[in-house]
Design a protein around this ligand. Structure first.
Ligand SMILES: O=C([C@H](O)CO)[C@H](O)[C@H](O)COP(=O)(O)O
Length: 209
């Protein structure tokens, strides 16, 4: 089970310092959407250059122009790019084709997708690598968590890897682990903790024990 650290609210300078402290406990660094808007593709480039041993995910949440936007992320050094599951199949196909050309991966963010039974087989047919259940920050404010969606998703995924995101922390991570996702994504639970190193250590220990 991989641990993906989602960075959403740090500056590039702060993010590089934090990843340096946390790197031994994480597998994937996510350049989160707000971080990408703030710092641009150089966040992907610098993160990859400084930490070549870690995988980098560019959370571009692509909605259109799949091949071109995925290419921008991969050219900057991203190992994964995200595309929204609710978008058109042609956009997802463009991302997958670009990923195959460059030997990289596509993660589909299922935020706001309602019909998993229909959408998941279609996404697998398109050849995506990872499908992620995601309860967004605004939905979290309304008290939602990704656990029910993860249970639902497990019924339909046959070959893609599964990721889960949305307000997970060291107190809740075991509930998700019980459902055996391939990637657990944690952002604010680690980076907003009083002691991020202690928190990431706890999550890492639980995931690897
Ligand atoms: O994708 C995310 C969100 O939409 C903001 O861009 C987060 O990176 C993801 O939800 C993980 O962060 P936490 O929910 O804080 O763990």
């Amino acid at each position: 089970m991989k641990l993906q650290l989602a960075i959403d609210e740090l500056s590039l300078e702060q993010a590089l310092i934090q990843v340096d402290k946390l790197k031994q406990y994480i597998d994937i660094v996510e350049i989160g959407t707000p971080f990408l808007i703030d710092a641009g593709r150089k966040a992907v480039e610098q993160m990859k250059r400084k930490f070549p041993e870690l995988e980098i995910l560019c959370d571009a949440k692509i909605m259109d122009a799949g091949a071109y936007e995925a290419q921008l992320a991969y050219d900057a050094g991203a190992d994964y790019v995200t595309v929204l599951g609710i978008t058109d199949d042609l956009t997802i196909k463009g991302c997958v084709e670009q990923a195959k050309k460059q030997g990289r991966k596509v993660m589909v963010d299922m935020i706001c997708v309602k019909d998993f039974a229909t959408r998941i087989p279609a996404l697998e047919e398109l050849g995506v690598d990872v499908i992620a259940v995601h309860t967004g920050a605004d939905q979290q404010q309304a008290g939602r968590t990704p656990i029910e969606d993860l249970i639902e998703m497990k019924k339909y995924v046959k070959k893609a890897q599964i990721a889960v995101a949305g307000g997970i922390n060291s107190k809740t991570v075991e509930d998700y682990m019980a459902l055996q996702p391939d990637i657990v994504i944690v952002g604010s639970g680690i980076l907003n903790a009083v002691d991020p190193v202690h928190e990431v250590e706890l999550v890492h220990r639980l995931l690897t024990d």
